[in-house]
Design a binder for this molecule. Structure first.
Ligand SMILES: C[S@@+](CC[C@H](N)C(=O)[O-])C[C@H]1O[C@@H](n2cnc3c(N)ncnc32)[C@H](O)[C@@H]1O
Length: 302
């Protein structure tokens, strides 16, 4: 098919495939100006500028108990599960599973789950939860995006998902591993805009908030990889609650890695001004909407 370029300054497109003509992934037409943009490097540049630390295993080990407590309270997992068209015969890979935000509620709805995470503490909490609830179809694997997944014995699953856990330097390699691990479908969720970060706290601490690459960067990367993904959005009001102001301080200073005594003091006085007690629980006095993008695609039929 012949297309005539009508946009000044852009390279003229000559022989192109019709975008609706869904051929094999590696033969899909990608406009040359898009192909030239190194979205993987751009994602990494954005990630490097990210204000909150999220890379190290020790960071997630430390956050594990509070993360497990709060993630099971948010509407996120309920809304994510509504988007999945779960089938009872599915085998599922959940990368960056934490203490089972999704794996626990999914366990009774699918055949088998491989739950992988870099943090031993998160996985220990997940195993504890499984034992308490009599769940026996979740197998935990301690591992990272960067590891050799063959050596970890990850194998193929019907569906592979990474929920809020694409935390890596090499996004393309991670997405390729996830894609290869899935026979039928892949789901990746990631931030929209500020994601779960509270810009007001950053401002109070005198820090800039750089939340890292939001979904549109990943979407572009996937497009360049020949993957034409779908996107749904999950939004809800944050409802994090704490047992006491001290508990809120412990949770938020670990999350933000409050570096100096001064920062710790600013955070304490911020919490004193902004925490309110409601039915015995402490929470922020202001509502905050959090949005996530769920990017998903079907694998090609053989
Ligand atoms: C924000 S939590 C998301 C957890 C869960 N999937 C959810 O949606 O609630 C990110 C998780 O990714 C894990 N993680 C961080 N870096 C990782 C890496 N390089 N490889 C695998 N998992 C990683 C953390 O330990 C943590 O459990």
């Amino acid at each position: 098919m012949k297309h005539i370029s009508y946009l000044h300054g852009l390279p003229e497109c000559r022989e192109t495939r019709n975008p609706e003509d869904d051929g094999p992934r590696d033969e899909r037409y990608i406009p040359p100006d898009i192909r030239e943009i190194d979205w993987n490097r751009i994602c990494w540049e954005k990630r490097k500028q990210k204000s909150s630390p999220t890379g190290a295993t020790a960071y997630w080990d430390k956050r594990a108990p509070a993360f497990a407590r709060n993630s099971s309270k948010s509407d996120y997992s309920v809304k994510f599960l509504r988007l999945l068209e779960v089938k009872p015969q599915w085998t599922l890979l959940d990368v960056g599973c934490a203490a089972g935000t999704l794996a626990i509620p999914l366990a009774e709805r699918v055949k088998r789950i491989t739950a992988m995470d870099i943090s031993g503490n998160m996985l220990a909490l997940l195993r504890e939860r499984c034992a308490k609830s009599g769940i026996s179809n979740i197998q935990t694997v301690q591992g990272a995006w960067e590891d050799d997944w063959n050596a970890l014995g990850i194998g193929e699953h019907d569906v592979a998902l990474a929920s809020r856990s694409l935390i890596t330097e090499d996004f393309e390699s991670a997405l390729t591993k996830l894609d290869r691990a899935a026979r039928k479908r892949v789901y990746v969720s990631t931030i929209v805009g500020d994601g779960p970060h509270d810009r007001r706290i950053y401002r109070a601490l005198g820090r800039n908030l750089n939340p890292g690459p939001d979904y549109i960067y990943l979407y572009n990367l996937l497009y360049r990889m020949g993957i034409r993904a779908n996107v749904n959005f999950i939004s809800y009001q944050e409802r994090n609650s704490y047992e006491s102001p001290d508990d809120a301080y412990a949770h938020l200073s670990a999350k933000l890695e409050a570096a100096t005594r001064e920062e710790g003091e600013v955070l304490r006085s911020y919490l004193k001004e902004n925490l309110v007690c409601h039915e015995g629980k402490w929470m922020m006095s202001y509502p905050r909407k959090i949005s996530w993008a769920v990017i998903w695609w079907d694998k090609e039929k053989a």
